[in-house]
Design a protein around this ligand. Sequence first.
Ligand SMILES: [Zn+2]
Length: 377
Amino acid sequence: MPHPNAASGLVDDEQPAWDLPVAFAAEVEIVPGNNPGVLLYRKDTGRYFQLGRSSRMFVPHLQKGTTPRFLIQRVSDLFQVQESAAARTVTRFLSEIREMGLLDVPPPAKGLRGRAARALAEIPMGRLVLVRDSSPPTASGRRAAWGSLARIAVGAFVGVIALLAVGVAVLAATRLLDVRALGGASIAIPLVLLLHLTMHEAGHWLACRYYGVTVPEAGIAFWFWILPRPYVDRSHAYRLNRRTPLVVITTSGIVIDALNAGIAGVLAFAADDPTLRALAAAVAYILLMTLAHDINPLLPSDGLHAIEAATGQHAFRRRAIQYLLTLVLRLPSSHHHEFAGRRLRLLYLGYGVLSLGYLAAVALLVARLVASVGGLE
Ligand SMILES: [Zn+2]
């Protein structure tokens, strides 16, 4: 028999006992002045969590500690609903934030999937910290320099340039990529890629500094102590209480992906030397793949973070997928979805369409490249 909470993905066999007090974990800080919901920060892990607007009523009680029974009573009185319905709401809410590690009750033991995720997270990652800023987390923001119309115009302009750059890169990668002409020049590719990744992260860093966001750490992470990958910790950007700066910070890397791919594409078309042409086309191809990876709405990528920034929803992907699954499989909906408005439900549907479109576009691009590289044209 399916577990009653299975729909929300929070299979939770040990619910907090009704009469035992629960509270936020001691390390949890409530970030003031965050408008769309309630922003929580775990000081020990440096992670941010956002609770929906409907959860706001629980916060003061969980700050000083309360019992689930008391919360149920409050919900039942406030919304004039039966205690059983109030109990469902409170149980779902508590198990959701417990799963996130926000309560002083540790999260329930994880299943196979949770253990696999943990094992992946424990892959040795050496870090070479190049820049450290130990000042307290701030995100002062910056008064909007232009009116909203000018901002939309600038955003549209950047978008068009990025699309043109991607277009040139796609043409170069599909028409000029010649693996045989590349030869020994392929040694340059990892170096060019590393340079590009550094520029991508520098884009995030500059955007953070522009908006007065503390960057506690920036440097190079080494996957398995070998594969280098520059990184910039921009988690404090969640403290910004306007959406535009967060969107700019998250998309700055994607724009640099597109521009660099475009530059490689233009170089490929401009080069007379066949080796240089093949190298530039190969770089355009790899940067297109990097871009595809960075906008993937199904993974915690820059693209997903930009969607979250634009919608003001931190757990957008998880909630959208849960919503779509409950819709497709006709499962009972979770606490959050019961309170989600029409606009949010439409956004979840839009996310589903976008994700399917993304998968189709990547499949087409890969098929086209395989055909042109394999000389099947
Ligand atoms: Zn990025």
